[in-house]
Design a protein around this ligand. Structure first.
Ligand SMILES: [Fe+2]
Length: 323
């Protein structure tokens, strides 16, 4: 392959993480493009070279994304969906490479939702990334050390979601009304709840007061819930949308988008809300395991007047005590 000097505007193109392009390099039946400047991409053309080697060479140079036009991208998403076991479930890959594949898969779901919407293929990849991520983290003997080691090597939102999926699954297991189907839905809700937001929007969400957030940020629970509700029922269960729409509410009515109060917030959403506050704190403490007790006591104080949220804190403490 070599670069063609005729550039095209990047806005008509969809990006694909370099790691995923490398995995499929020998079987990509369409043109791949490289970003030349802020708004231009150039085609990589075959000249008898091994496509995988050329793409690997660019990846080594620090290229994080390649580009494909939208029609080809839709086909590529379908290809990945049909071959997900190879992409995300290769048992022989080292765990850091698996984690990178899953983090890239998460980014593809983010980009796909924005560029092509919630199709059957995108929903299938989201489910696969969620399930494989949970399997990977469940294999770790020390989850907090694992996150400390890898938090800067993957998409930050993906790492946060994977940790929260593990925590929420453990919290659910402390309740006698939970079951595996419910745990699956909760993990999917965790993985999809912030997926429409960019890295910059996620940063603003963590750092700014609610009244300074943009409409796009404040609307993300409803936007994602709408995508799920508008898609076919078999793609993503509708219960997942109901959990997502409440994930920024607070028991005292200070949350968003609706300012609900505790009695209006479901038990499932309360678990995600409490888990998210815990993870925020653990991120601030760089996943130092010794800070767990301190953070829990803070949560205890924060929710002490609310039975539903205190029940969530108790379940969090119980699950953490077991690890
Ligand atoms: Fe969110």
């Amino acid at each position: 392959m070599s670069e063609n000097n005729e550039g095209k505007n990047v806005h008509g193109f969809c990006r694909i993480p370099a790691n995923i392009v490398e995995t499929y390099a020998d079987n990509i039946p369409f043109d791949i493009y490289l970003q030349l400047s802020d708004n231009k991409v150039v085609k990589l053309e075959k000249h008898g070279s091994n496509a995988k080697d050329v793409i690997a060479k660019y990846a080594v140079k620090g290229i994080q994304y390649f580009y494909a036009d939208k029609e080809d991208y839709v086909i590529f998403v379908n290809t990945i969906r049909q071959d997900m076991e190879k992409t995300f479930g290769n048992k022989t890959l080292p765990k850091e490479k698996k984690l990178k594949n899953l983090s890239d898969g998460y980014e593809m779901v983010h980009d796909s939702l924005i560029r092509i919407g919630l199709s059957e293929d995108v929903a299938a990849i989201a489910k696969e990334v969620t399930q494989k991520s949970l399997e990977l983290i469940s294999e770790q003997t020390n989850v907090f050390s694992f996150f400390k080691e890898f938090k800067d090597k993957c998409h930050a939102a993906y790492m946060r979601n994977t940790l929260l999926s593990w925590i929420v699954t453990g919290m659910l297991e402390t309740f006698d009304w939970s079951n595996s189907a419910l745990r699956g839905k909760m993990c999917l809700a965790v993985m999809l709840r912030d997926i429409l937001l960019t890295n910059e929007e996620l940063k603003a969400l963590r750092e700014k007061p609610i009244d300074q957030l943009s409409f796009g940020i404040k609307n993300h629970p409803e936007a994602m819930a709408a995508l799920i509700n508008e898609a076919k029922r078999e793609y993503i269960p509708k219960d997942v949308a109901a959990i997502i729409i409440q994930h920024h509410e607070a028991p005292d009515g200070s949350g968003f988008p609706k300012g609900l109060h505790s009695w209006q917030i479901s038990k499932l959403s309360s678990l995600i809300i409490v888990g998210d506050v815990f993870i925020d704190a653990m991120f601030r403490y760089n996943f130092e395991p010794s800070k767990k007790e301190f953070v829990i006591s803070d949560l205890w104080d924060r929710y002490k007047n609310d039975d539903k949220f205190i029940a969530a804190v108790k379940s969090l403490k119980t699950m953490l005590d077991k690890t």
